[in-house]
Design a protein around this ligand. Structure first.
Ligand code: ADP
Length: 375
């Protein structure tokens, strides 16, 4: 490790210790020093690493500034204030974890998801069956839970699948997005992640849905200490599913699987990787039917034809087109004072103006990534 990197790490650690001890002046000093070394590293590194170091330096300066404006509570004077501050922090962590707990069970069930047969089957076998018949699962030394990564283009139903799993199981459902968990305030992301994992592990059965998991667990490489620490913490805490008493299913969803740190894919974390691609013909028809069949619809509406025409569209694109068509139908009905009815012409109009949100090149990238990385 280079001298500069060593010094930067030293000051970062010292700064964090000072923050924990409630020593504002020391924390500001070390944050400023960490920034200084991060800037020096930026200068030395050049290339693509440069902006990462600059971002880090700015992060440390921001911390120093925040502490200046609002000095830390507590202290190491043995007056108990430090303990009080950390107790308060722990409480804040609990509150944060609670806010991710979706107490109202998602209404979406597997039946509300068109297609995705492979994904549904994998999740059914891995989580739902072992829970429905734990005796048999135990006899076969199978434990429910584990990690499943859903990857694929946006709008293909990954979140929907996460919700359906929680619906199907009598499980507590936690939802957090990578962006939500990552905070500019160094240290807080780790605390939030810990609180979240602890809260999930305290439930007998929990589904933890981590959306945009690439934002939370980006590739490490010495560029960002915070990123490195969050990944390391995740790996440490989400290692042995088999050792925990509770049943924890971690579902990660990502549109950018190539940005995730490689260690995350190793055994014990995301054992199952499921590629969620574009809906196939029956799935497209299913989505159309779900959203149109209960509406006043032109007689003889040709679902098969529209499923075919919408080849290459994602589930969420299709819902967008249907909504556009519904609005056109409403406009016509209000202006002409007629009964509302969605026609194929409404769909045609929407279809012409809304392109598919994914390109063949994007799809190829997912396929190649899956082949190369997961075989
Ligand atoms: P992702 O998490 O992959 O970005 P979402 O699960 O948020 O996608 O999907 C967005 C919306 O698209 C859903 O709320 C739903 O209305 C629709 N959708 C996508 N795929 C499907 C599907 N297979 N069946 C039914 N609706 C779907």
């Amino acid at each position: 490790m280079s001298f500069l990197l060593n010094k930067k790490n030293e000051h970062e650690t010292a700064c964090e210790e000072a923050i924990r001890a409630g020593k504002s002046r020391e924390a500001i000093f070390h944050a400023a020093k960490a920034a200084e070394f991060a800037y020096a590293l930026a200068e030395q590194a050049g290339g693509s690493l440069q902006p990462r170091y600059i971002e880090e330096a700015e992060g440390w300066l921001e911390i120093a500034e925040k502490i200046k404006q609002a000095p830390l509570k507590g202290g190491a004077a043995g007056d108990g204030k430090g303990a009080k501050a950390s107790a308060q922090k722990a409480e804040e962590g609990d509150v944060a974890a609670d806010s991710w707990l979706i107490t109202v069970k998602p209404k979406v069930s597997f039946d509300d998801i068109a297609g995705m047969l492979d994904a549904k089957e994998s999740i059914h076998d891995m989580v739902i069956l072992p829970l429905k018949d734990p005796e048999k699962a135990r006899a076969l030394k199978l434990k429910p839970g584990g990690g499943v990564l859903l990857y694929g283009p946006p709008g293909t139903g990954k979140t929907l699948l996460g919700k359906a799993v929680a619906h199907e199981l009598d499980a507590a459902f936690f939802y957090a997005s990578g962006a939500q968990l990552r905070s500019k305030w160094h240290g807080e992301s780790e605390q939030r992640l810990r609180a979240l994992l602890q809260a999930a592990k305290s439930q007998p059965v929990a589904v933890l849905f981590l959306d945009e998991v690439d934002g939370l667990l980006p590739k490490r490489g010495g560029n960002s200490v915070v990123d490195n620490r969050i990944v390391a913490q995740f790996l440490a805490e989400v290692g042995g599913f088999e050792e925990s008493d509770n049943v924890l299913l971690i579902l990660g969803a990502t549109n950018n699987p190539w940005d995730i740190d490689e260690a995350v894919f190793r055994t014990g974390r995301f054992d199952e990787k499921i590629h969620v691609g574009l809906p196939d013909d029956p799935a497209r028809q299913g989505i159309l039917r779900m959203h149109l069949e209960s509406l006043p619809l032109q007689e003889g509406f040709d679902f098969a034809k529209w499923a075919d025409r919408l080849t290459g569209y994602t589930g969420s694109d299709i819902v967008g087109i249907v909504n556009d068509a519904k609005r056109a139908a409403l406009r016509r009905s209000v202006t002409g004072n007629t009964d509302p009815q969605v026609t194929e012409a409404d769909l045609e109009q929407a279809f012409k103006t809304i392109p598919s949100s994914v390109t063949p090149a994007m799809l190829r990238r997912y396929q190649e990534f899956g082949k190369q990385r997961f075989g």
